[in-house]
Design a protein around this ligand. Structure first.
Ligand SMILES: [Zn+2]
Length: 306
């Protein structure tokens, strides 16, 4: 059970940014960014620190500057250089290396190892801060850790929440700056939104995060992957369990849908902005424990021995 989430699920507290792209993408949804934000065209570039999904690269280079070299690096949208929205690189991206230990060798990370007992709850990070606070409390009370893919605007508008999340031992990843429906973006637009999101995470917790999840689509496309590579992410993170909690089906359905589908190694898609999702968490965590499953961060799930 998977589906493309809406443009800004549960994201009622984030103001719409001012449009600043010269070219609206075709299809649904506007393509916008915050023209006044740090990292808008002229961004200082990624400050990625290497690791699970990131490549280390020159902190002075621009997104997609294509200077990555050596093992474990990707040149991303090589040749994009000083890309601006509307521009498209004519050079193909270098395929990203497959992270060792992953169960799924496909383009996206979909699951961890099926042979262990770990599962990962992953959240679209946006919405009412009180709901995030409740989720952190439930996780603490149940000895669970999870992963939050934050919408950059939300993080920028709430400067302490990133540290609240990582300080409690959870993962903080990038879910773009403004949660555009990414399948409608060209490579330069996608790169821009990913880079802005990376910058927001860096400004919040002094690290750009190891993980990226595209917005508005359950899986990446070649364009999205090239943009993610250009911003230092080796692979995009998807999921194999989706209870469609952003349709607000109620806590019981969120819990029972997850427990019916979850397996060892599962990556579950959830959203912090919905009360029913948060209401489902205690029973969901207890149900996972009863199944012998342990809820861990994505970094732990994906680096666990297979
Ligand atoms: Zn989302």
């Amino acid at each position: 059970m998977t589906g493309a989430e809406p443009a800004n699920p549960g994201d009622r507290t984030v103001a719409e940014p001012a449009p600043c792209l010269t070219e609206e993408p075709t299809g649904t949804g506007p393509s916008r960014c915050d023209a006044g934000s740090p990292g808008c065209p002229g961004s200082p570039g990624c400050r990625n620190n290497g690791g699970l999904q990131h490549r280390s690269h020159n902190p002075t280079s621009s997104p997609g500057s294509g200077t990555g070299t050596g093992s474990g690096t990707a040149t991303g949208a090589g040749g994009a250089g000083q890309m601006r929205p509307g521009q498209v690189s004519t050079q193909p991206p270098t395929p990203a290396p497959v992270t060792p230990g992953l169960a799924d060798p496909g383009p996206d990370i979909v699951t961890g190892a099926r042979t262990g007992t770990f599962v990962a709850l992953t959240f679209h990070g946006a919405g009412d801060l009180a709901l995030t606070g409740r989720a952190l409390t439930v996780a603490h009370d149940n000895g669970a850790t999870f992963s939050v893919f934050t919408v950059g605007q939300w993080l920028a508008a709430n400067p302490t929440v990133g540290r609240d999340i990582t300080g409690a031992g959870h993962d903080l990843g990038n879910h773009t700056w403004s949660h555009q429906p990414m399948t409608y973006l060209n490579q330069a637009e996608a790169t821009w939104g990913i880079q802005l999101g990376s910058d927001a995470v860096s400004q919040s917790v002094e690290s750009p995060g190891l993980l990226f999840r595209p917005s508005g689509t359950p899986t990446s496309t070649p364009t999205i992957r090239a943009a993610a590579n250009a911003c230092g992410y080796q692979r995009c993170t998807s999921y194999d369990v989706d209870p469609l909690d952003y349709t607000d089906p109620g806590a019981d359905l969120v819990r029972t849908r997850v427990l019916a589908a979850v397996q060892p190694g599962s990556i579950v898609s959830l959203h912090l902005g919905y009360p029913s999702t948060i209401d489902a968490l205690p029973g969901l965590l207890q149900g996972l424990t009863a199944r012998g499953l342990t809820c861990v961060t994505l970094t732990r799930l994906l680096t666990a021995a297979t």
